[in-house]
Design a protein around this ligand. Structure first.
Ligand code: SF4
Length: 241
């Protein structure tokens, strides 16, 4: 997520603080929050958010605790809405997605000056849908995969990045994660949102550093050259990434 917080002066001061922060590794224009993205473990895609309750075993639609697609108000950009509209007739045909969109009065709405994905009555995004006995899936991602497309060509950026959180200012990018200490400082109003995510407290042996789990996204967003240089620096400092 590219934070929209603050003024130019806020960003200037924020990045000035990062340059003096011993917990941040800087490589050119990339600033990595070590505690928030390397020390912090996550297991996304393992189904922890829907398998950790007895209900989930009996009904795959019962999501345990909070998940990225059921908790947040998911922001969506204008250009992302336009491209989703291009594939909407086909995505609507995936299971109950069309019905969920109709019930919600569309797939997005405007609120507080921003545009957001609409939810189902249970709080899940209208595009989150399960096959009988299967896990909840993003139907946009599913549609893209069925066509051999990169999901990033269709899904909102915020969905692709989660649980990473990027703060961008000019050429500078700060890489942290939802729920990290530094994220709380940036977004205090959302500090409660990340509690009780099963993916952030994986059983031993199942988690990876956030930065490793989402490395493809970082390489894609930041660019291979800059990201490879950042990885080399982190490894030279002894970080296992
Ligand atoms: S668009 Fe897909 S990934 Fe994003 S919140 Fe909805 S279901 Fe989840």
């Amino acid at each position: 997520m590219a934070s929209s917080h603050g003024s130019q002066a806020w960003f200037r001061e924020f990045f000035r603080g990062l340059r003096k922060d011993a917990g941040v590794v800087r490589c050119g224009t990339i600033y990595v929050d070590v505690a928030g993205t390397i020390d912090r473990q996550v297991a996304c895609g393992d189904g922890l958010c829907w398998e950790s309750s007895g209900r989930a075993a009996a009904n795959s639609r019962a999501i345990a605790g909070k998940t990225c697609c059921t908790t947040f108000m998911v922001p969506v950009q204008r250009h992302e809405i336009s491209r989703i509209k291009r594939i909407l007739p086909e995505v609507r045909k995936i299971r109950d997605v069309g019905a969920a969109i109709d019930r919600a009065g569309g797939f997005f709405h405007e609120e507080a000056g921003s545009t957001w994905m609409n939810d189902r009555p249970n709080g899940a995004c209208v595009f989150l849908s399960s096959a009988p006995g299967g896990p909840p899936l993003c139907s946009i991602h599913e549609w893209a995969a069925s066509k051999g497309d990169d999901h990033r060509a269709w899904k909102p950026e915020n969905c692709c990045l989660f649980p990473l959180y990027l703060v961008q200012w000019g050429e500078d990018t700060f890489v942290t994660s939802y729920g990290s200490e530094r994220w709380r400082a940036i977004d205090p109003a959302e500090a409660e949102f990340e509690k009780s995510y099963a993916c952030f407290t994986p059983p031993a042996g199942r988690g990876h550093p956030v930065l490793v789990e989402q490395e493809d996204e970082l390489r894609f967003r930041i660019g291979a050259r800059r990201w490879n240089a950042t990885l080399r620096k982190l490894r030279a400092l002894g970080h296992h990434v």
